[in-house]
Design a protein around this ligand. Sequence first.
Ligand code: ZN
Length: 593
Amino acid sequence: MASDNGKRRGFSRRRFIQGAAAAAASSSILSSAAREEKHGEEEHGHRRPPSDDAPDIVFVNGKIHTMDDENTVASSLSIRDGRFAEVGHAARGRHGHDTKVIDLRGRTVVPGIIDNHNHIVLMGNRPGFHTPLENAYSIPDVQAIYAARAAGIPRDAWITTIGGFHSNHIYANPSDPTSGRLPTRAELDIAVPNNPAFIEIGFTGPATTNSAGKSLFESQGITVAENGSMTGNNPSRALLYLRQTLLNPESRRRAVVDAMNYAATVGVTTHLDQGAFQATNTAADGAAHEDNFTMHIPFLEVYGKGKGIVRLRINFLHMETDQATPELAQRLKNAFPFLGNDMVKTGGIGEFIAAGTSATSPFVAAAKRVAAAGWRAEVHSLGRRNAPTSNPADFELEIMGFEAANLESPGVVRERRWVIAHVPGITQEWIDRLQAIGGNLSLTGWQYLAGNPTASTVAPYAGPPFRMIVDSGKRPDGIHAGLSSDGMQIAPMNPWLHMYYATTGINARKVLINPNQQISREEALSLYTRQNGWFLREEDELGTIESGKLADLVVLNSDYFAVPDEDLKKIRSVLTVVGGNVVYDGGVLDLRG
Ligand SMILES: [Zn+2]
């Protein structure tokens, strides 16, 4: 687990805010964040003399996969003022006496990973000391991660894991009786005897707790089985209790910092957040519920203090049932798309623009409204057709809705880069139809955790059909595709798990569920970096390691292009850089140079 304890040695933390003045012109909350961040920069007192053009950092002796047009692999690069300066094989030649020179010792470097569809804002609003178990593959792994967490937090504080993993991940060996189940009360007691613990899968459980958690839950009338397991609506009742008793502005800011630190350890440097189901503050809420109107505040406060270490893009989720979509109408009048600075800014409407996609839902009306306002729409599809004659799948209704909006506002889908995410069941016919109007697809590896083979005769893969879509993108004027996690409830944030699934088609239980749809490692990494820069409309700033772009990079613990398939799951960052700042240091490189 990433933490603050001295991991960021070696560099002064500087912020170079581009466009802060433009941000200050409108949206008050974003602009005050930008102003405070700029103030923080001046406080640190690092003003460069105008004539000094020496780089701040030089990396040498690496295998630097730039992901540029030619897939250039460089050995050195330099960073100046938060941007890449020289990228090639000669950066060592030019540096001043303040320049840090870091010897990569042959390590693989990739652009900072961009996740174009996740829910990091939910992760930053978790009650308790949320502790990702995305990288636990056994009960002893869970115990070790929990024990390490307990060592760094107050005695009696809640340790929680709400989504992002699945008991399928604890499936190292099918003959092992602990494979494929959550840890028990006794197993959690061994790891964390003094802290109540709560682990929940997916949106609404099942869940498990330890003895300290069991007695607190039972005092609230929540049912816990003798072995700690919680089923039915008890996990959601427990989550409501934890939210009501543990969440406050300070705890949320702490959770934001934890979420950002975790992101840095797995190399995700930019996140396009796709919102939450609107909270009702009842036990009907699950892990994916939050208040869409206030949940960004702790993030903006962290950015406002200059402590935001990864980039955030914010989509606004709308799920109205009223054909007039009054809330969406007000959003479009009173908010601004793509407003902010390069650390935090707004995006579009998504991942829902209305409740449902059927003819009786306001989906088409909402699409037309978003189009007329000149915003980007992003929606998701989880459906598939089971036979050529069955009812239309959600992606078919969505593409028809996009077509209707595009007819009223010609060119809007292409120009504003509208997106359909996940698309497990999409077929070539519908890819072609979406491509014709300039629509785009975000592919997600979430089936990895709990997906199964499909019986569909129309789309006989668990999906998404990575191969079909990437090949469609290679045609003239082909469809744009990106890769995303859809973390943090039903899927992990860890991008290397999604790249494992995209390149192998194999799920967490080691079953091949996405046959004939595998893509290459080069293709998967391109989707997660370069292509996702395009999805953010920031392809000139992010996604590749090229001179002039924002200096976001990840130094990996192993060679992504060479390790055996199973070892893709073990890839982590050993050094993450965002805007020229080291935001995670795994301690294996010498940063004193
Ligand atoms: Zn999502």
